[in-house]
Structure formats: structure tokens, C-alpha cells
Design a protein around this ligand. Structure first.
Ligand code: GLN
Length: 214
């Protein structure tokens, strides 16, 4: 995949003590993300329309069904405003379907499936096969310390490639990328919002703060 320079963050300002993090609330498990964010010390804000993007410190695109979320994003006029905000440096984390929406290269997408195509990763939808559509793995995530992270994969995409500007944060034992960061963008194939462990949400807040400072 061609490398592309990371986009510079737009808002180099100090964050509030309790950062306002949007959770895209079209479809999927946005309520669980909101709860994890609260527990991680952030203020979740449901995002549906372009005006909801105002004044956010970051945004989460949840798991669910990427085709449905994409269709609703398109219908509600959100694709371009989101791309623009991301281009200006809005920190965004996509989990599962959210990672599909962020990827520049989506394999096995439905024809015409609306996507944001902003992150230098290749993902293949529903790639873990029928029998193992869902599984849980104790994932080693060096950025989170020694304690493995309980990673829940539900009809997950496989992150098949990540460009030179990205940093792989976690891999499954077979070497499959499970979590990857590209500057202010974060993608996980699994669902940290479905476990009581909020360390991944805290990590996103840390990345976000680092992006705001740089
Ligand atoms: N298979 C779903 C899709 O293609 C993603 C599943 C999920 O988010 N748990 O969008």
C-alpha cells in the first residue's frame, strides 16, 4: 500500500479534564462505548448529524454492521463532514465495523458500500469464516502492559495489511493484526466496549491527548 503522510492535528489546544468524545450513534453498540468512555473518564456525546461533530475532542465509530452504518452516514450527509474533520486531525477510533469504515482498502465490501477511506490499512470483511465468526482471545498489547486484553471478535474483519505510516499495537498468535494506529487514527478488529476492561478506551484518550499536544 502506498504510504501517505499522517495528517496534522487541527486543534493543538489543551484538553478539558473530561474530554468530549463523540460516539457515532447510527447503528451498532454505541451505548456500550458511551458507558466505557464514562468509566474511562470522558464525556460521551452521541453523534448523528454533521452539527454534532462540533467541539469534539475525538470520535469513536462503533462495531455493528458497516454496510448499514455507511448507508446511514451517506443518507444523513455525514461522509464529507467526517472526512473533513479527520483531515483536520480529529482523533478517531473505529472498532470492527468502524475499522472497516476507516480503511482505504476494503476487501469483500458490498458493491457501492459507502466508506470513509481515510486510514492506510486493508481489511477483509467477515474474514474469520463461519465457524469462528465470534471468538475471544487474550491479546498481548504491549502498550497496555503485561496483563493481556480480553479481545472479543464478532464477525470481525481481518486487517490484512497496514501501511508504513502505521504502528501495529497488537497481533493474534498467527500474526494477524488486531489493533493498529496511524497518528490520530486507531482501528481495532475487536470490541473493547464489550468487556468491563476500559484500558483500550484509556489508551485512545492518551493518543488523543498526544495528538492535541503535537
Ligand atoms: N461484519 C460486520 C461488517 O462487515 C462487522 C461486525 C462487527 O462490527 N462486529 O460490518
Amino acid at each position: 500500500m502506498g504510504g501517505r503522510a499522517n495528517l496534522a492535528p487541527s486543534r493543538p489546544r489543551a484538553l478539558a479534564d473530561r474530554p468530549r468524545i463523540g460516539v457515532l450513534a447510527m447503528q451498532g453498540d454505541f451505548a456500550e462505548h458511551a458507558e466505557s468512555l464514562r468509566r474511562a473518564g470522558a464525556e460521551p456525546v452521541e453523534v448523528r448529524l454533521p452539527g454534532d461533530l462540533e467541539g469534539l475532542d475525538g470520535l469513536i465509530i462503533p462495531g455493528g454492521e458497516s454496510t448499514t452504518i455507511g448507508k446511514l452516514l451517506d443518507q444523513w450527509g455525514m461522509i464529507e463532514p467526517l472526512r473533513e474533520q479527520i483531515g483536520r486531525g480529529l482523533p478517531v477510533w473505529g472498532t470492527c465495523a468502524g475499522a472497516i469504515l476507516l480503511a482505504k482498502d476494503v476487501r469483500d465490501a458490498l458493491p457501492g458500500q459507502p466508506l470513509l477511506e481515510v486510514m492506510d490499512i486493508a481489511v477483509r470483511r467477515n474474514a474469520f469464516g463461519r465457524q469462528v465468526q465470534s471468538f475471544e482471545a487474550a491479546l498481548e498489547v504491549p502498550a497496555l502492559g503485561d496483563e493481556p486484553f480480553p479481545a472479543v471478535f464478532i464477525r470481525a474483519p481481518r486487517i490484512e495489511a497496514a501501511g508504513p505510516q502505521t504502528e501495529v499495537l497488537a497481533m493474534l498468535p498467527d500474526g494477524t493484526i488486531a489493533a493498529v494506529r496511524q497518528g490520530h487514527l486507531l482501528a481495532t478488529a475487536f470490541h473493547p466496549e464489550l468487556t468491563p476492561d476500559v484500558r483500550f478506551h484509556q489508551l485512545f484518550l492518551e493518543f488523543m491527548q498526544a495528538a492535541a499536544r503535537s
